[in-house]
Ligand binder design. Structure first.
Ligand code: FA5
Length: 334
């Protein structure tokens, strides 16, 4: 057998093995492949030399050359596999800068905020301005001045999120009635949207945090007829002219007389149902006394509506929890 040919093969294997061991990363590996296994590479040169090997040694030399080829190819494949994705030859630029850009997904105002804005807009057209108050309240504004005495069950720790004995997360936006009347004289026409907190058991229609819109109108000669007209107009502006309202006798310590506002819904199967939206009534004289208003001169009405209930009715949302789950597939519909 041609000794020089075999020596050259052995040298080639040793050189190729050393080079392969030193080739780190996809680019070096590709350079190695071209140098040894490529169309103009070292292996190709060996195969060319085979043609010149004397006939009687050709079979043995061919076998040695084939073994070399298989050894190099197997070593290369193994190295690529060991490197994983990093061993793949670079697939060209990852970013095609000529493509038009992807539009970023832009969020929008939450449906509850949209609804609060709409409510403010409707009452704004009736002459109501917007007032706000703190979510952490004191006993005086959340209870005392609202004619809720110390023994009243509404103060129960199971009904409120107390922070200290005298401070709590407000359980109703009626607190803002007091804060407004403390600093201003009638005529007053304000609405106050905001979050309120109650340790209610969460279900399809109840949450431990929800939103209310409070309304307060105080002037000389304000009557229950004004209250009914105002809320009826609001409901028709918000839901549409066909939605009827009903005022059901009720009780709140801070209004007398008091009522629940219900609206009538018509379903596709022809049935109807009355649904409670909130409480309302004529401001109790004790509340006026707490803010030093002349009870002989002024009367007023107040109401507190649940914003989630308004949203759920209008958009036919079956579960209040959907409003707070933060699922963009749900929120993008509004
Ligand atoms: C009140 O909170 C009174 N402050 C309303 C009021 C204001 C009466 C002014 C008179 C004068 P009530 O607890 O019923 O009332 O709550 C009002 C509305 O808030 C309910 O009708 C309902 O729509 C909503 N609501 C009450 N609890 C929850 C809850 N856990 N989750 C979602 N909405 C609620």
């Amino acid at each position: 057998m041609d000794v020089a040919f075999v020596d050259d093969l052995n040298q080639l294997i040793s050189q190729a093995t050393d080079d392969l061991a030193a080739a780190g990363g996809s680019d070096a590996l590709e350079a190695w492949r071209i140098k040894y296994l490529g169309g103009k590479g070292a292996l190709k040169a060996v195969m060319q030399r085979l043609k010149k090997v004397p006939k009687d040694q050709k079979a043995a030399a061919g076998k040695a050359a084939n073994e070399l080829k298989n050894t190099l190819q197997a070593a290369y494949d193994q190295t690529v596999a060991d490197l994983g994705d990093a061993g793949q030859p670079a697939a060209g630029p990852a970013i095609d800068v000529t493509l038009p850009g992807d539009k970023p997904t832009i969020g929008h105002v939450h449906v509850i905020t949209q609804t609060i804005n709409e409510i403010c807009d409707i009452f704004g057209r009736m002459g109501f301005e917007v007032a706000t108050g703190p979510e952490v309240e004191d006993d005086h504004h959340n209870f005392e001045a609202l004619n809720i005495p110390p023994s009243h069950p509404a103060r129960d720790p199971l009904e409120n999120f107390y922070i200290t004995e005298q401070t709590m997360l407000r359980s109703q936006t009626s607190t803002v009635q007091i804060r407004v009347m403390e600093h201003r004289q009638p005529p007053i026409r304000v609405i106050s949207p905001g979050r309120v907190y109650r340790p209610d058991t969460v279900d399809a229609t109840h949450s431990f945090m929800f939103h209310q819109v409070e309304g307060l109108y105080v002037d000389e000669g304000v009557t229950m007829a004004d209250l009914k007209t105002c809320l009826d107009q609001f409901v028709k502006a918000y839901f549409g002219p066909d939605v009827a309202t009903r005022f059901r006798p009720s009780f709140f310590p801070f209004t007398e007389p008091s009522a629940e506002l219900d609206i009538q819904f018509h379903y596709e199967d022809g049935s109807t149902k009355w649904i409670e939206l909130g409480g309302c009534g004529m401001v109790h004289p004790n509340v006026f006394e707490a803010v030093d208003y002349d009870t002989e001169k002024y009367t007023g009405f107040a109401f507190g509506l649940g914003v989630e209930r308004l949203v759920m009715r209008k958009y036919n949302i079956p579960d209040i929890r959907l409003l707070f789950a933060g699922d963009v597939r749900f929120l993008h519909q509004f």
